[in-house]
Design a protein around this ligand. Structure first.
Ligand code: DGL
Length: 262
């Protein structure tokens, strides 16, 4: 199984995969050279992902691709499914579930700019008539903060405040927040604190859905293990990358190595 993201966000998905499918082996590809995807064009993202899958396919016998990134999934999954003869699974902001569980009818959706502007999200939001109000924050800053948190690098509270300003100023705040970027799963506490939420809040992160899709896919295609160890690959070596190595210990990667995509 190949699982990838531009950064650490996908590791939050991998955590859940490891719980549900403890025996599965995986390659995690961290495309830190292109991080953040949230400020890239759809064209760039599609070309980038094609070269990632092609490159890794040449080097390792992968039989399933998990896109642990909402930005990539919303702009490219349908295209990639046609392009590759390989099961491809993505993660998407789950507006439908949020609609079902909101009590005050105010849903918050927070995601990268590319995700919010994707046709997938635009269609969902504007072509449907919702009974609920969707408050949207599109930000490329929050993923950077998550990257810092994992590396234990301090980040400024005022940056969080300015990202969430539109919601801080609301009379009635969302009771249900869709985390439309896998990086944000690491920031639930910070989001709650910044919004001064005292009452319970529902975070929707699509983790269960993507893991269920992977499970179903493995059974449907009777996929067998094709790699024997867990491998961590990255696209750029620098000091900022090495700062996550301590955090990576919990994933028990047997090999950590650089891949040249150019
Ligand atoms: N983790 C990614 C997502 O789910 C993208 C973060 C970024 O590279 O901007 O959207």
């Amino acid at each position: 199984m190949l699982i990838f993201d531009s950064g650490v966000g996908g590791l939050s998905i991998l955590q859940t995969i490891k719980i549900v499918l403890p025996n599965i082996h995986y390659i995690y590809f961290l495309d830190n050279e292109a991080f953040p995807y949230g400020n890239k064009t759809e064209y760039f993202i599609i070309q980038r992902i094609i070269s990632i899958i092609k490159k890794i396919k040449k080097l390792y016998p992968i039989n399933i691709v998990v896109i642990a990134c909402n930005t990539v999934s919303t702009v490219s999954v349908s295209f990639l499914k046609k392009k590759f003869n390989l099961p491809i699974i993505g993660i998407f902001p789950d507006i439908k579930t949020a609609e079902k569980i909101t009590k005050n009818n105010i849903i918050g959706l927070i995601a990268t700019r590319t995700t919010i502007h994707s046709e997938y999200i635009q269609k969902l939001i504007y072509q449907k008539s919702f009974n609920n109000i969707i408050q949207i924050i599109s930000t490329n800053q929050l993923a950077l903060i998550a990257e810092k948190k994992i590396r234990k690098i301090p980040f400024a509270q005022k940056d969080l405040k300015s990202i969430f300003k539109p919601w801080i100023n609301l009379n009635i705040k969302p009771d249900t927040i869709i985390l439309g970027c896998t990086h944000f799963l690491f920031l639930k506490k910070e989001i709650k604190d910044t919004l001064h939420l005292t009452s319970s809040i529902n975070f929707i992160d699509s983790r269960k859905k993507i893991v269920l899709d992977i499970k179903n896919c493995i059974y449907k295609f009777n996929l067998q293990q094709t790699i024997k160890n867990n491998i961590f690959l990255y696209s750029k070596h620098d000091n900022y990358l090495t700062k996550i190595f301590i955090y990576l210990k919990r994933y028990q990667f047997k090999k950590i190595s650089y891949i040249n995509l150019n």
